[in-house]
Design a protein around this ligand. Sequence first.
Ligand SMILES: Cc1ncc(C[n+]2csc(CCOP(=O)(O)OP(=O)(O)O)c2C)c(N)n1
Ligand SMILES: [Mg+2]
Length: 667
Amino acid sequence: MAKLNGFTKKQILDIYYKMSLSRALDTKMLILLKQGKSFFHMGASGHEAAQLAASIIFKPGIDWSYPYYRDGAYCLGLGMTAREQLLSFLSKADDPNSGGRQMPMHYGHKDLKIISQSSPTGSQFLQALGTSFAAQNDGKNSIVYVSSGEGTTSQGDFHEALNWASNAKAPIIFHIQDNEYAISTHKSEQSADSVFTRAAGYKNLSRFDVDGTDFFESHLAFKQACDRARKGQGPSVVVTNVVRLLPHSSSDDQRKYRSEDDLNKDQERDPLIVLKNQCLESKFILKKDFDKLDNSAKDQVESDVNWSEKQPYPDEETALDHIYSSDPFVNEASVKTIRKNVVMVDAINHALSEEMLRNKKMLIFGQDIADPKGGVFTATKGLSDNFGMSRVFNSPLAESSIIGTAVGLAVAGYKPVVEIQFGDYIWTAMNQIRNEVVTMRYRSNNSWNCPLIIRTPVGGYIHGGLCHSQSIDGYFIHMPGIYLAYPSNAADAKGLLKMACRMNDPVLFMEHKGLYRQGYAATEEPDEEYLIPFGKGRIVIEGDYISVITWGAMVQKTIEAIKYLNLDPGFVEIIDLRTLNPLDLDMIKASIKKTGKALIVYEDNLTNGPGAEISALIAEKCFEYLDGPIKRIASEDSPVPFNWFLEDRVLPQTEDIALGIKDLLEY
Ligand SMILES: Cc1ncc(C[n+]2csc(CCOP(=O)(O)OP(=O)(O)O)c2C)c(N)n1
Ligand SMILES: [Mg+2]
């Protein structure tokens, strides 16, 4: 059978049809937008050849994809329908991308293994890398596609991903679609050299630089890149040089920053025309065949729009669905003791070990966590020796890499339990957490979830200075979509961590480093069945006249404050919340109903710390029970200094808590 560059006439017509369909969708969507039927559009026009060339290499439903917002034609090529794209554009309930929760062009499709995409440019790279680790582990020879524009390669995550991918020989293809502009910024302002050149120097990484308006040339590069990846030879970067025929988005007007000449030159490189000309010149396909396809693409879009417009919008009542899984919380198990005494860090280690045995999909990684060191606090000691370096391994020194890859593993069915070496360094991963981890389930309308655990040592009193003493709970209590645990002793740490390992939602597990080896935080060790449900506080001491609501290292400090005041037993009730999300509001209410007074003691700094929210809740829900002002004892609004006298002054001390209790008791 006659072929052009290895393609039959039927194959080329099929590809051209999808290019034309993508173009027709762009055109029609912009009309619908003007009619007020949607509010945002980002087009693939000019990128179609490169995207189709990539899409036909990847196996739908087997390989994984992280397409960016301009990848409409890629998604069509992979098997997403025009109707599905229109449902997203019109924000309809049955949109498989996000059920109308995200702006249009944020692709996601469970059956096609397109992972739900969020909006930050570049956060997809590390997630795709994590999924490529899952693909390696699964051993099914699947590979991963991830794409972005050239501007996005300025993001650190891109370089972190290249670094780890090349070291791990990961089966991943980075498709960089270079249309020379990132909104209005030309690539000459973006970086000193091309993406292709900047990606040089990584072992195992192949690079391709092709004319992305030429379907055949682009296809050849993707074929080679994918062959390598499937053979386990490593990742590739494919740079396709394309044209942006539309403004950046429907909110942009590129005539304001590009000359007419520049825009006209782009039109001359229109990939649909390029493909047509290649076929016409060789007389492989006739013009009328292409015209027929253009017309039927337009007809299809018209009829799909008619159908899509009739589909329902999401029910308002569903607006709060899928922030978390709907799994019920388990009841607290009774304690069977297996050891007389265990310190908190060892209890954590044992919880991890037991859960690794139980769940073969659980993986542990982070900085320096593998043996022989086993973590800077030895929380993971012995685990890589026991479970092997494929399940317990050191990550590069890059927090965004840790969380990003954990996302990619979690969506692919793994249970990553990762360590951020100090809570103070979680900030470099904050975009991954805030915009990716906590929204995955919600933004995909429950199609994808991301049940990873982030363990991290937090807190002060160890002369750790500004960047080894921070409390981070105040930031995270504000964030929907992630559960928060903060144990005060060994048994709770074990029960809560084991519970977290079995939950279907992301968990931030805060471990006070000052408690790791403290005698007072050591307990009897509960057995492997011990699980503590989230959202259940613990009454540490019962009392009738004041409720102290606290957690973490402040539990012991409050016990000491009671001793310091020489108070009789039965005066002060201490509630250890154990988890900050969910909060055990029932326990707080019941206690305040009895005592009439509430003191919240926390280590994070005062302003907008967790105590602010808890105070507000008490004011709202317990106002009638109160017999005094709601009081907070917390750190000063200051960094935590290294000098131990200064440190004492900034962090809450026994005397401060004692004074707070006394003041409120006497009120
Ligand atoms: C982290 C982040 N910063 C800024 C933006 C706003 N933004 C969206 S797309 C874009 C330009 C991206 O350009 P490029 O990577 O070249 O892709 P193109 O749109 O040209 O295909 C910017 C600045 C964003 N979405 N995320
Ligand atoms: Mg660009």
